[in-house]
Design a protein around this ligand. Structure first.
Ligand code: ADP
Ligand code: TZD
Length: 578
């Protein structure tokens, strides 16, 4: 406990009054809300905050770049429904973390970016302070909410506002600005203690209106070819049993979006993933559960959807999501758990989907699965995406508790469809933005939170965005196995510079790079593998050892396609003149 010194005594009662300060109150306020981990990167003015967090029994995981600390915090928030905390220094550190905050907001993950900031009066007059920046306003467009705390006695309230904003309603990223002066500000310890509190019911249940449920049931009753579409909002909600009951009691086939994979096992008989194109085009009624009709679902219209508008039922906590792209016949606003519970009460009145619809889906599934198995059974040399992913698929099947992180273009697209998931909230990927760079941050967040192994399936380009965090993984001895799908470049490694000049093409990297050696530099384990058998062996050994590992998986450099499955999103040049 601090006591008043002459310097600080101006605004406190007596010289021997026990004092507390901003540093202590921030940690106390986080702890009062069961926040036990901070992901961050230290420097002026927050180094002592990180030290104090550790001294007070919290876990501080220090990163090499703030973006990855932010990504770790975001995925921790998604996994736990508690906001993940990222701590950074001012201006540049804050901006590095802001990418992760924006990504969290875009993906509806609860996180709080806490950044130290410079002297307010100097920043506001733009007098050129050390790391000067108006961080509060810079954060606003990319955050669900932004707050600054100016007085030590407001710290508990400020932290509470940040927590509630992050997790209530549609979750998202919150920015909390802590000026250096605030951290050093002292107030009587008793007053500080009295200010602390625990947020009551930070993410209240949102019960759907009875008439919304009735409307949804009526739409379902009239469906000829119904489909349930589960998104990562459904996975986030942790209403796993309710969702299983909805699927199984209704008998309706379902499709999981990539991060909803495993909510029910991908091998579930009602899972229509292997007939995805068919069900999207043919369904006449679609119930969206925590999934947005954004680009990942072709905006709910056009060829993907069979060129005719469907009847949509949409369960979402955000009323403004409804009619975002196409008219929604039955909006059901509330949290997934409450909405599905209410629908379940009346699901008995909905006729089961016709045998004809189920049969048509199963026929398509069987055909596509047989075709995929044939492709997967091939053993080309060098390996391609398919033969390498076959090896990973089998290891995940035998170890269903393992977390999967996945990014890249081809590496992402193929892994999503080939590697089955068996348990909820075990798959973390490029998400709503299709962002590269989440790899090591998500892997660290997932390992720290779940205390289970992680396999990060990474394109070689994707891996590069966060590769330096291998040191972080070794420092905390985390059971993370990073498999780099090394095909010598972005998408593939075969492009050439058309001028014949010395520079390689824009998509090409150093040939035959050995990413496994990077890991060895930090004391982790490296494998270089060229066959599926070697990959299987390396994965099994790594899972058994629990040691930080990088597997450099050599993939045929001709195997990828431009932008994976998104080739069509590249604008075509219309120039005619040379
Ligand atoms: P996906 O990419 O898997 O399709 P999205 O991120 O597009 O999923 O959609 C998630 C949706 O889930 C968002 O519209 C969000 O508002 C909603 N959501 C998040 N949490 C909940 C919850 N607890 N209850 C209901 N809806 C939720
Ligand atoms: N920068 C960021 C932050 N996000 C992005 N999505 C991109 C750039 C563009 N981009 C993609 O969309 S995928 C990708 C980039 C650079 C990498 C693809 O190469 P890879 O994967 O080696 O990771 P594959 O499997 O070889 O295709």
């Amino acid at each position: 406990m601090l006591t008043a010194t002459k310097e600080h005594s101006a605004n406190v009662a007596a010289e021997d009054t026990p004092l507390t300060d901003g540093f202590h109150l921030v940690i106390d306020a986080l702890k009062a809300n069961d926040i036990d981990t901070i992901f961050g990167l230290v420097g002026i003015p927050i180094t002592d905050l990180a030290r104090l967090a550790q001294a007070e029994g919290m876990r501080f995981i220090g990163f090499r770049h703030e973006q990855h600390a932010g990504n770790a915090a975001a995925i921790a928030g998604y996994m736990t429904q508690k906001p993940g905390i990222c701590l950074t220094v001012s201006a540049p550190g804050f901006l590095n973390g802001l990418t992760a905050l924006a990504n969290a907001t875009t993906n509806c993950f609860p996180m709080i970016l806490i950044s130290g900031s410079s002297e307010r009066e100097i920043v506001d007059l733009q007098q050129g302070d050390y790391e000067e920046m108006d961080q509060l306003n810079a954060a606003k467009p990319y955050a669900k909410a932004s707050y600054r705390i100016n007085k030590a006695e407001d710290i508990a309230i400020g932290v509470a506002r940040a927590i509630r904003a992050a997790v209530s309603g549609r979750p998202g990223g919150v920015y909390l600005d802590l000026p250096a002066q605030l951290l050093g500000q002292s107030i009587p310890a008793q007053k500080g203690k009295e200010s602390l509190f625990r947020v009551i019911d930070a993410a209240p249940k949102q019960i759907p209106a009875p008439d919304a449920i009735k409307r949804a049931i009526d739409v379902l009753k009239n469906a000829k070819r119904p489909l349930i579409l589960l998104g990562k909002g459904a996975a986030y909600a942790q209403a796993d049993q309710e969702i299983k009951d909805l699927v199984e009691k209704s008998g309706i086939p379902y499709l999981p979006m990539s991060m909803a994979k495993g909510l029910l096992p991908d091998t579930h008989p009602q899972c229509a993933s292997a007939a995805r194109s068919f069900v999207l085009a043919e369904a006449d009624t679609v119930m969206l559960v925590g999934a947005r009709l954004n680009w990942l679902l072709a905006h709910g219209k056009g060829k993907t959807w069979g060129n005719h508008l469907k009847k949509f039922i949409q369960i979402d906590i955000a009323a403004t999501e409804i009619d975002s792209n196409v008219p929604i016949a039955a909006p059901v606003i509330g949290d997934v758990g409450s909405c599905v519970t209410e629908i379940l009460k009346q699901i008995g009145s909905v006729p089961k989907p016709s045998a004809e619809w189920i049969h048509a889906i199963n026929e398509k599934k069987d055909k596509n699965i047989a075709k995929m198995e044939e492709t997967l059974s091939k053993n080309p040399s060098p390996m391609n995406f398919h033969s390498a992913l076959r090896a990973i698929r089998e290891v995940v099947k035998a170890n269903p508790d393992v977390n999967i992180v996945n990014e890249g273009a081809n590496t992402l697209d193929y892994a999503r469809s080939i590697v089955n998931m068996y348990k909820p909230r075990k798959r973390f990927d490029s998400g709503t933005w299709g962002i590269m760079g989440i790899g090591m941050g998500y892997a660290i967040g997932a390992a720290v939170v779940s205390k289970q192994p992680v396999i990060a399936i990474e394109g070689d380009s994707a891996f590069g965005f966060s590769g330096m965090e291998l040191e972080t993984i070794c420092r905390y001895n985390l059971p993370i196995i990073t498999v780099v799908f090394n095909n010598n470049g972005v998408y593939r490694g075969t492009d050439v510079n058309p001028t014949g000049g010395a520079d390689v093409a824009p998509t090409v990297f150093v040939k035959n790079a050995r990413y496994d050696k990077m890991m060895e530099a930090f004391g982790g384990v490296g494998y270089n593998v060229t066959t599926p058998e070697e990959l299987t062996d390396a994965l099994n050994k790594s899972l058994a050892s629990g040691k930080p590992t990088v597997i450099n998986a050599v993939i045929d450099e001709t195997a990828g396609t431009e932008s994976g499955r998104l080739t069509n999103l590249n604008p075509a040049s219309t120039a005619t003149k040379k």
